[in-house]
Design a binder for this molecule. Structure first.
Ligand code: 13P
Length: 249
């Protein structure tokens, strides 16, 4: 059995008081379940608060990004090692919002992936196509290019211990979820692509789906054989929704 995950991505949201309420609620209600992992990826400035509240809980936490650099004169950057000092277990790399708007090329994503691993963080590598790419029939080419950029730099062995997240850009924040069958097809493709290089790593690799997951649609997505959980945006900001998704895992 592969490990399964529900991971929240708060994006550019949060404030101290609201975070305290949300985190306390999750802390109280997320029970320990073997092989299942719940986590939240919060803005850097809330890592200390998150560590304080969740420190002894069943819930992990992580960063939404890390620098491509390790240290030095890079004003405003935050390194993998810095976030690991705040107890992070995870770091999202290559989220489509960063790829589209914040300069994360395939090469930059590969550097960030490597920095996460060096700092003993679990990278959550996001891949996914835009609507135009899907309509043009390029979904598989796009996710393959994004995946192979990391494999070329770190080898297929570099994927061991990482998490992959398929997030079709057209489904993010739009309320338009991929159908379980659409998502499963891409997940199965990604797993087969890794299996061409290493069958064991492919079999063990958790592949999460992200894009308008809600408690109302989580169960049918998570029932697919290659969907090992979800990366949750908007619904991770609402305790009842996020807990509902966790319960569907
Ligand atoms: P939504 O769940 O808001 O669609 O966002 C998904 C996402 O981008 C998670 O990383």
């Amino acid at each position: 059995m592969r490990n399964r995950f529900v991971i929240g991505n708060w994006k550019l949201n949060g404030e101290l008081d609201a975070n305290a309420v949300l985190l306390a609620d999750l802390n109280q209600k997320v029970n320990r379940e073997s092989g299942k992992f719940c986590a939240v990826c919060v803005p850097f400035v809330y890592l200390a608060q998150t560590q304080n509240v969740l420190g002894k809980s069943n819930i992990g936490w992580g960063a939404q990004d890390i620098s491509r650099y390790v240290a030095g004169a890079y004003t405003g950057e935050v390194s993998a090692k810095m976030v690991s000092e705040f107890g992070c277990r995870y770091a999202i790399v290559g989220h489509s919002e960063r790829r589209a708007m914040l300069g994360d090329t395939d090469a930059v994503v590969a550097e960030k992936f490597g920095n996460a691993k060096k700092a003993v963080l679990t990278p959550v590598l996001c891949v996914g196509e835009t609507l135009d790419e899907r309509v043009a029939g390029n979904t598989e080419n796009v996710v393959m290019r994004q995946l192979h950029a990391v494999i070329e730099t770190h080898g297929v062995a570099g994927l061991s211990g990482a998490i992959l997240a398929y997030e079709p850009v057209w489904a993010i924040g739009t309320g338009k979820t991929a159908t379980p069958q659409e998502a499963e097809a891409v997940h199965a493709f990604l797993r087969a692509e890794i299996a061409r290089l290493d069958v064991e790593i492919a079999a063990a690799m958790p592949i999460l789906y992200g894009g308008s997951v809600k408690k109302a649609n989580a169960k049918e997505l998570f029932a697919m054989s290659n969907i090992d959980g979800g990366l949750i945006g908007g619904a991770s900001l609402v305790a009842e929704e996020f807990l509902g998704i966790w319960q569907a895992l």
